[in-house]
Design a protein around this ligand. Structure first.
Ligand code: COA
Length: 233
């Protein structure tokens, strides 16, 4: 049941972004060929972006808040949450009053990408923006855009040199915010589902070795961050 629910949720999300007519051909094509743009933001470049106002407040999520997170984003099962926390991923919750409006997941460690079936291996200095999510009834109000500036500055201040993210080719809102906050496309990765087999094709700076993917162009001299420093902006 949960599986069917997840599929329906994905179809609804797709339809919200591309409209119901395009969703009808993108959904079946997507089940065979999933192309993601890999985008990166050099954190050494100026980050001249507005930040969120005082009405938006950030906390770092912990496992005790699992129920709140799974209720907000139906794709987040308890198992998926556990995996992310066990991998050492950081989740920032953005609140308006007592209501969660936005989630952002980050990591500088290896992270499994279930939508591709590959593990992302960050280079030194890389910070992977693993996922962003705005509550459905708060979308297109600039939340992701405002919070993006704060996240980029925080990552730079912590010593990271590059923020990397993956975006489905059809995800216009996510890509729009990416371009306007200084990300550039550095390549693509496509997963082809051919019967029981999954094959990958990649382009640009994206490299795939076995079950791991990474983005070339390691930034020298970067450091890994201790957990104590992982604070909200
Ligand atoms: C992607 C997502 C996080 C964006 O959050 P948001 O808070 O609504 O983003 P913003 O309001 O800051 O900006 C959205 C931009 O996309 C535009 N946009 C929204 N829907 C659009 C559509 N269907 N077609 C074209 N542009 C669209 C908005 O106009 C806005 O652009 P602008 O700032 O130039 O006006 C949100 O749509 C979401 O949670 N989607 C589901 C999860 C997801 O897809 N995450 C990304 C992959 S990890």
């Amino acid at each position: 049941m949960r599986l069917v629910g997840n599929h329906l949720h994905r179809l609804r999300e797709l339809s919200r972004v591309v409209g119901p007519a395009r969703a009808l051909w993108i959904a079946p094509a997507w089940s065979v060929s999933r192309r993601y743009l890999v985008i990166a933001r050099d954190l050494r470049e100026a980050i001249d972006l507005p930040g969120p106002g005082p009405e938006l407040r950030c906390t770092e999520a912990n496992r005790d808040e699992a129920k709140k997170l799974t209720q907000l984003d139906p794709r987040l099962t308890r198992m998926e949450l556990d995996r992310r926390f066990t991998e050492g991923q950081i989740c920032h919750i953005w609140w308006v009053d007592e209501r969660i409006v936005h989630l952002r997941w980050f990591t500088d460690r290896r992270a499994f990408l279930p939508f591709l079936g590959l593990t992302f291996r960050p280079q030194d200095g890389d910070y992977l923006l693993y996922e962003v999510f705005t509550r459905a009834d708060r979308r297109v109000r600039g939340i992701h855009s405002l919070v993006a500036g704060a996240s980029l500055r925080r990552a730079r201040d912590l010593g990271y040199r590059r923020m990397v993210a993956l975006c489905a080719w059809w995800n216009t809102p996510a890509l729009k915010v990416g371009w306007k906050t200084g990300f550039r496309s550095v390549g693509t990765i496509t997963a082809w589902q051919l019967g029981p087999n999954r094959l990958f094709t990649n382009s640009g700076e994206v490299s795939v070795r076995g079950t791991e993917m990474s983005v070339k162009g390691a930034v020298k001299g970067a450091r890994h961050i201790s957990s104590v420093e992982r604070i909200c902006p």
